[in-house]
Design a protein around this ligand. Sequence first.
Ligand code: HAM
Length: 442
Amino acid sequence: MRDFQTVRGTRDLLPKEARRLRFIINKAIETAELYGYKEVITPVLESYELLNAKSGEEIRARMFKFDDLGGRPTVLRPEFTASIARLVTTSLKKPLPIRFFSVGTVYRYDEPQHGRYREFWQSNFELMGSSKPEADAEVILLTNRLMKAAGLRNYKFKLGHVGVLRAVLSQDGIDERTQNTILQRMDKEEYESALEIVRNDRCIDDTLHALFNLKEYYPLVSDPVGAVEEIKRIVKGYEKAEAAAENLAAILRLVTESGCEIKTTVNPAFARGLEYYTGMIFEVYIPGLNIALGGGGRYDKLIEVFGGEPTPAVGVAHGLDRIALAKKTQALQNLPTIIKPAHKKRVLIIPANQEAKVKALKIAELLREAKIRTEFEIMGRTIDKALKKAKHRKVDYAVIVGKPTLSEDWVVLQDLSDETNKEERVVNMSVSMLVEKLRSKK
Ligand code: HAM
């Protein structure tokens, strides 16, 4: 008899490891519920053309690709984002924003090593329809919550902005294809070779050089806000790059003021392998394990490339096997296997105005901490419009934050169901009363 092995880069998970992974899958599902992401299930098989369109060389070269028996080029999906963009473009007429969650295996012909497999699990979150920084902040915050719920400690977010880099390169006359190659090199941390391309293409680019140099200092110190200010200073005169840096500052402000104590570093020379990113990008790490536990960013052009209406979008995928490995690395014990279900009621938080955004975000996080399913109004709608939409979508409660007639710590809780009698439908209350009240509504 031959001694059969698993295919290289794939693994059998025995009960203990399967339980470990299942625990994290459940935490991802719970996170999706808490942030209002609906699950969609897409095929493992996709057409080669779809993934060829915009994934970038990094992924393209590492796909499991074959011709099916009908001769059609087919791949095992290397990620979810292209599939979700396809689904939204071709078969969905849904009001925006769309929040979609998926979990499953993906396939990449990576060189197998510690934490790097050819078949691995991702939980994937896509938020489509908003270009506002609160949408970017949301995917970072939900990633933070998943890492925390999985039981990890000391994890850190690395943030960057593709828009800054592309704007500098564009203004210096470097075409998109060459930009892609430069960003690929940067993703592999081959900075000298990236600069080499710039030098060959143009004269020496001081701005890019200065951005690269900044990485030597800033990731090491815990002053992400200062780092963004420094980026702004360096790219002065590059109009679009300045706007992109301002956008990164706005996202960072929301994240750091959300009350979640998220550890972040900003790296201006940070790029990611996937080609579709247009804005903020990020990854998560724990000390002692030099592989990303999750990564994502903004991709405002992908849906258009697939033939859909121009739709801004931002998303993230988490490497669930790696999170399991990180947990093991941190030697965390006591895996609770029974997951408490989240509350069934859904809440929408609406900031009454621009100034109320940070406070509203903090309250949203407080509610999620209390396991209450909470969505955030990220479309910049007026209160009336937001309420109308929420009612239409059968959201149970709306919380309006920052009404000028109310004192600092008070909010308006509005019951959107028709069952409650009219007088009790709109109530003013303090934030602590709000948490208690909503916690009691199963
Ligand atoms: P990605 O960075 O290619 O992003 O993958 C996300 C995560 O999958 C990584 O951070 C890592 O944890 C895990 N991962 C990647 N390769 C492997 C491997 N060979 N073995 C084990 N785990 C791995 C994406 O896939 C994008 N689709 C994320 C996204 C969603 N961007 C916008 N929306």
